[in-house]
Design a protein around this ligand. Sequence first.
Ligand code: SF4
Length: 438
Amino acid sequence: MPSLTVRQKLEILADAAKYDASCASSGATRASNGKGVGHSDGTGICHSYTPDGRCVSLLKILLTNFCTYDCVFCVNRVSSDIRRARFSVEEVVTLTLDFYKRNYIEGLFLSSGIIQSPDYTMEQLVQVAKTLRLVHHFGGYIHIKAIPGCAQRLIDDAGLYADRLSANIELPTQDDLVQLAPEKKATVIEGTMGQIADRKAEVDEDRRKLPSAPKFAPAGQSTQMVIGATPATDRDIIQRASTLYGGYKLRRVYYTGFSPYPEADTRLPLQATPRMREHRLYQADWLMRFYGFAADEIAPESDPELNLAIDPKLAWARRHPEFFPVDVNAGTREALLRVPGLGYHNVDRILRIRRYHKLSMEDLRKLHVRMKDVLEFVVTTDHLPVATLPFTTEQTDRETSDAEFAALPPAQPLAGLVAAQQMDLFAAAAQSAATGVL
Ligand code: SF4
């Protein structure tokens, strides 16, 4: 094979890294016209978000796209007929520093195919991070892949030099791995996640006693799951994610929809996974992490696939009409978080405001809450939903239309409604006294 220039290797290995969703590219392809400055299509540069919400640009590459494994869904598998390339440790270090000094990037995302053995591959990845940190005093962000099955000493070293580590779970179930990634085992991948979680817990404990002790993977660990390559249901996927979050304290699970490619293995589907499925899974993931929903509530056994037409929170609300309406002025934080249309920031604002002021619909409007989303589910000082659930089966499968929203009875003063209900009770009692019928 003719030797490749660094530029050629960069083209191959940045392209091969784009399938890892652990940090997402902006996807923009606007090119410079030769007069101005800037080129949004810089090879290997992607954007990612730090835990505090900052957007950072990263050099996202593979050390090599050679791989001894044969995961059917992966373009880099050993049986794939693609151009191969491999960077040396020094080349990755030099590229990272050059890009960083030119202000193209703020960090590095480095992954790799598995060459020789998990230990050998991991040693190379750690060497890149170690050289950047110790030799060049690189202070930028570093995310490196943890190769499942590598030795604990390599994980310990990796966490000293990298901000984030991630071991990919690849597919939702062990059966899926047997079918499509025969060399991979869920127990081995989870073993590596466990090594990272345990080491991080140890170091964090040490740092509580001695704050100057070195940090270990301060941005935590994440993983990626390919969805739609196997018949695993959304329930399987969400439950798997929930177990990983609980067991290994993951910061994020990334879901990547499978895309078919020419001459793919016949075990793979011919259709791409709908983008909306990926989106609904991220919404479900968000509900588990920030809204107190259990995986089983989002995708129960009786309804194992997420509804692509409505978000999973609205779907849950429609399955549980007995839970609503929730009184904005009295409901617990947990109850308010379950109201469709109320995000957790607004729930916290509501809890603060209601200490000194009872909220009306106008107050919700001022908080930029979408009236259409909450109207059916909340009680305020001036609103009691009249047309509350139950919905017809057909309505539960989609959002409320503008026409249905417009046809809902107008908000009514709550005091008047309560008074009217009390009058009805008095009338019923009077009638019962007159007729003797209870
Ligand atoms: S181990 Fe990773 S790089 Fe290698 S074939 Fe499997 S998914 Fe692809």
